[in-house]
Design a protein around this ligand. Structure first.
Ligand code: UDP
Ligand code: MG
Length: 317
């Protein structure tokens, strides 16, 4: 097992997506630095201002000029947390990168546990599991568990339920993710897609420092759709099966009405031929939509241009 990193001189990058968090930023940076500076040889904190309108940017300018390790990237408008995380991963230079929310729901103490596991257990990913979801409402917890179950059934990769963005990623994982050219970035799926060895660490999730969640149900629903559609071609391909089943039963029913007409004669003129035509074409249409879906699915996975595989280790040159 290899220990990460090989030397004692290493850098930790925190990437912090920020949408209208002017009231918590100072406290976030203070607490984080207080906890992490004693244990990390070099620390960089990259804030990604995701189109805030509450003076967040002014505070970020100030913070970055007072603490040399703090930097910021400010978006021209709100592009969403996934885009902010992608920008953070591109800008981070550390040997390990930890995405962290700005509302202090992710305790900096947990990052120390992540680092421990990363340095001593030879894993490239350490993902955080919140000990209790007290900070969330019951309905949010229920819908998210339902989402993970369905996602893991139909997608090409499995994501551990209740693991979020709060995790430690080794440089090799970050480089792998940065190489993905796809534009639709459902980060939880992307972390899972990248692979590598991973281990879970349980942390105590706190309540939000100020304000309320920036995600409402509508945003979460669209987020879930992005996940399903980006990591599964199942919604396209299901029509082949539905079409096949309907076409088959239509043919059977057609055979029955035609036989009945042949044996007992016509009771409603035109019924047998009309019905047969409707059933036949209905079944054929669904089947051909399914076949189109198969091709569209292939085009879809080709256009994502993901690498075919990611190598973790080899002794061939
Ligand atoms: N966030 C962001 N862009 C968005 C929504 C949220 O950068 O469009 C940031 C937000 O400022 C916070 C983190 O993402 O730092 C998580 O958001 P929040 O705490 O509102 O969500 P929840 O805790 O419900 O996951
Ligand atoms: Mg939060």
């Amino acid at each position: 097992m290899t220990a990460h990193p090989p030397s004692n001189q290493w850098t930790l990058s925190l990437i912090v997506p920020v949408l209208n968090e002017a009231h918590s930023l100072r406290r976030f940076l203070d607490e984080t630095l207080e906890v992490l500076l004693p244990v990390v040889p070099a620390l960089e904190v990259i804030f990604i201002d995701d189109g805030s309108t509450d003076g967040t940017l002014e505070i970020l300018r100030e913070l970055s000029s007072t603490y040399p390790g703090a930097r910021y990237v400010s978006f021209s408008r709100n592009f969403g947390k996934e885009a902010a995380l992608s920008a953070g991963l591109q800008h981070a230079t550390g040997d390990a990168v930890v995405p962290m929310d700005a509302d202090l729901q992710h305790p900096p103490e947990a990052v120390i546990d992540f680092i421990d596991v990363w340095r001593h257990r030879g894993v490239e990913v350490v993902y955080g599991i919140p000990a209790s979801k007290q900070a969330e409402t019951a309905s949010k917890t229920a819908t998210s568990s339902w989402f993970y179950r369905l996602f893991n059934k139909i997608s090409e990769v499995d994501i551990p339920a209740s693991a979020g963005d709060f995790r430690l990623l080794d440089r090799v994982v970050v480089d792998t993710i940065n190489r993905l050219p796809e534009r639709n970035r459902f980060m939880k799926g992307i972390y899972a897609w990248a692979g590598f060895r991973s281990e879970a660490v349980i942390y105590q999730q706190r309540g939000r420092l100020t304000g309320t969640s920036r995600f409402n149900y509508w945003k979460l629903w669209n987020f879930a759709l992005d996940g399903f559609i980006g990591f599964s071609t199942w919604p396209l391909r299901i029509w082949t099966y539905i079409g096949g089943i309907i076409a088959l039963s239509a043919f059977v029913y057609m055979a029955i009405i035609i036989t009945k007409t042949l044996i007992w004669g016509i009771d409603t003129p035109g019924y047998a031929s009309l019905m047969s035509a409707v059933l036949f074409f209905g079944g054929m249409q669904l089947l051909s939509i399914g076949i189109l879906g198969e091709y569209v699915a292939r085009m879809f996975s080709e256009t994502k241009r993901r690498p075919l595989y990611v190598v973790m280790e080899t002794d061939s040159t």
